[in-house]
Design a protein around this ligand. Sequence first.
Ligand code: 1HE
Length: 270
Amino acid sequence: MPPELPPSTHVTVSHHGAVTCLTLNRPHKRNALSLQVIAELRHAMENLPASTGAVVLDGAGEHFCAGLDLSELAETSPAEGLMHSRVWYEAFERIQFGRCPVVCVMHGAVIGGGLELASVAHVRVAEPSAYFGLPEGQRGIFLGGGGSVRVSKLIGASRVAEMMLTGHVYTAEEGLRIGLAHHLVGAGEGLRKGMELAARIASNAPLSNFAILQALPLIAEQPMAHGLLTEGLMATVTQSDAEAKARMRAFLEKRAGKVVPAAAQPQGVQ
Ligand code: 1HE
């Protein structure tokens, strides 16, 4: 069971217009994910104000996250271990399939459960200091925060197995290349980029963001005929909304931005 929630201590919540920032704030333990942290993340995601349209998730201190708090599993029984994973799964589901898209800003260690957490986010930004590891084999454990599924979907089960077997650590640049990050920015620029992307996401039509979060992952799992039907239905719903009509009209009347090459975008977005 998740622990009773005290006032937030290990996850700092701050609001910046339509963007809410959740910061793992346990730097003395390298933001290791205790059940308390997991519960606070879940609580924060379930209690976002109506004004929030997107979330940025980052970590205080030198590292994004050192993964599972190893002190919590040192003495657990198999049954407690199973429940531990379930608590993580439920919290991570709230993040992945919540109301708001999540942008994860990664620096320093993105290890084990830290990488599992990052893989729940919809957009990932890396600073050059970020490095990605899965030391589960070395620790005598296994992925338990959904990484077998989510990280495998990002980079393939073969790479996940090799990381766990050999302790292979990927650099930020390699992470970008293989799909662990979508953006690689300069040192100290991760949060600015994350906030910028989140603000952009929050300005999308809410129904489009809904479809991207709720329908797209299901469509990707469906047989092609089912997926195409689901997509067609979702497309019909989004484009029938007044918001979509207004946005398409704005473009046709030359009142909306064009899609331009990245190099021509002053801040990466137009
Ligand atoms: C921790 C943890 C942790 C640090 N659980 N306490 N994760 C790992 O195997 C990664 C383990 N951590 C590390 O390899 C290093 O700590 C770091 C590379 C992340 C950072 O190194 P450094 O030198 O900056 O810090 P440190 O001195 O190692 O750690 C500072 C403190 O944080 C220290 O506690 P202190 O009381 O001695 O000060 C560490 O014990 C503590 N600490 N990381 C608990 N992870 C759902 S299944 C997921 C499976 C996994 O996540 S496996 C991967 C686990």
